[in-house]
Design a protein around this ligand. Structure first.
Ligand code: ATP
Length: 438
């Protein structure tokens, strides 16, 4: 399983945070390297200490522990961080430290080797913490850790385990801890690997064909979306991406071939429709109904058990909770799009089908929605997404399907894209050129 780097900022070995951390670490089969952070080394890095470290770096004396630590961070396969929520100095000091060490950017020099890396090797960060209730500091700390993981190191999978409400007077501490331990029990570091021939596909099409007159908008498309993946469907305007999604959702009839979703095909597909959230092209709503009422309509349609909580959760995730009573007719283009996303994620579906979901969103919202999708995926949601913003797709997707003039010309994993030393945009441009030459 490789190496896990455990950044331990728990204050004692029997602290509540440490109990949770131990439960997570038990799940790891490989090597564990522990770095103790609560001895004042990182937490209390003063300007003087940072200056000293910078001098050490300049003088070429790399014996300092902190340099070792910086290298470990980049070398680990998984990073687990445990810190009590009120230790707010931790995320800030960690970021400060990493910046000072010049790991960001990301270039840093170790033992004169001139190690240059653009990406942390780890693909998952797990953050374990005890938390207050609606504690602004905690949210800040968690967001900080997330942005560190995702924006700094390009780590896509970010899991949090927080024992929430411990500082509330009269809190049942044991119950809160056991609840969190129960969540950890379900967690696995391993995304299920599948042997060839036993693929676990949520969506699979075989020679799927859709004709509009004489034109094949989908031409013998054989596409595979693996459980737990984020699959990016990429193609030029009119290539057939929305058509594929419509066929998947049963919105338009198939001419030839087959598509299965959760193993169901044909009329049977209707049975699994409630497990799919989607946004196809521009979402449409009842303009004279409020955001809440529009979502309530879908909640009833799919038979959600606790619609009120689910609607508020979805609106909160996209940042529209304060507008829940407003009529949709007063919404801006971007707000309508966000409502469309809220509609898609309502009730945390197992599969999300998103056709250009970030259309019309501002740059901050694009990042927020990306992080929300990564969170949902880390918690088990499989995602099929199309977008023309390929930089964005690169930050999200674990595999891609390239579609050209109705034909799926290639399916690749992100590792395959990277192994050709290209980013997804360059990869697509190369392939589109090849398609035109052919
Ligand atoms: P974009 O990136 O522009 O959204 P797309 O890849 O989603 O494009 P589709 O919407 O799937 O493309 O369209 C594929 C082709 O099928 C296009 O040539 C389009 O004109 C055609 N098409 C789609 N829907 C219909 C329809 N209802 N009737 C006739 N032709 C259609």
């Amino acid at each position: 399983m490789g190496k896990l780097l455990f950044l331990n900022a728990c204050f004692t070995d029997d602290s509540r945070t440490k109990v949770l951390a131990d439960a997570v670490l038990k799940k790891w089969d490989g090597e564990i390297e522990e770095v103790i952070l609560n001895d004042g080394s990182i937490k209390a890095l003063t300007k003087e200490q940072l200056d000293k470290r910078m001098q050490l770096q300049e003088s070429g004396d790399f014996s300092d522990d902190m340099f070792k630590y910086a290298k470990q961070f980049v070398d680990a396969d998984v990073v687990v961080i445990a810190a009590p929520y009120w230790d707010m100095s931790f995320p800030a000091a960690l970021k400060n430290y990493i910046e000072q060490m010049n790991v960001s950017g990301i270039t840093f020099d170790m033992n004169g080797e001139g190690v240059i890396t653009t990406k942390c090797k780890a693909d998952r960060m797990v953050y374990i913490t005890t938390a207050g209730t609606n504690n602004a500091d905690f949210t800040y700390g968690m967001d900080y850790m997330k942005s560190l993981a995702r924006d700094f190191f390009g780590i896509k999978k970010f899991n949090t385990f927080k024992a929430e409400g411990l500082d509330v007077e009269g809190a049942d501490v044991d119950a809160i801890i056991s609840e969190t331990l129960a969540k950890i029990e379900k967690f696995s570091f391993v995304t299920k690997t599948v042997n060839e021939g036993e693929e676990d596909y949520i969506v699979e099409s075989k020679e799927l064909t859709k004709m509009y007159g004489n034109y094949a908008a989908n031409n013998k498309v054989s596409l595979h979306v693996r459980k737990g993946s984020i699959y990016g469907l990429i193609g030029r305007n009119g290539a057939g991406k929305s058509t594929f999604m419509r066929l998947l959702l049963g919105m338009t009839p198939i001419n030839e071939g087959e598509i299965s979703v959760f193993g169901k095909t044909g009329n049977e597909m209707a049975k699994v429709r409630n497990r799919i959230g989607f946004i196809i092209e521009n979402p449409t709503f009842y303009n004279y109904m409020s955001a809440y009422q529009n979502l309530k309509y879908r909640a009833d349609l799919i038979g959600l058990k606790n619609p009120d909580a689910a609607i508020k959760e979805a609106l909160q995730k996209v940042g529209l909770l304060d507008k829940m009573k407003n009529k949709v007719k007063g919404f801006s283009l971007g707000q309508k799009q966000l409502l469309g996303i809220a509609n898609a994620i309502l009730g945390n579906p197992e599969l999300l089908v998103l056709d250009e979901p970030t259309n019309g969103l501002d740059p901050i919202k694009i990042v927020e929605i990306r992080n929300m999708l990564l969170d949902m995926n880390a918690n088990g949601t499989t995602i099929l997404i199309s977008s023309h913003i390929l930089g964005e797709m690169g930050k999200l997707c674990s595999c891609y399907g390239f579609i050209l003039d109705g034909k799926l010309i290639r399916e690749v994993t992100e590792e395959e894209v990277e192994s050709e030393a290209l980013d997804v945009e360059e990869f697509f441009v190369e392939m589109a050129k090849g398609g035109q030459d052919a």
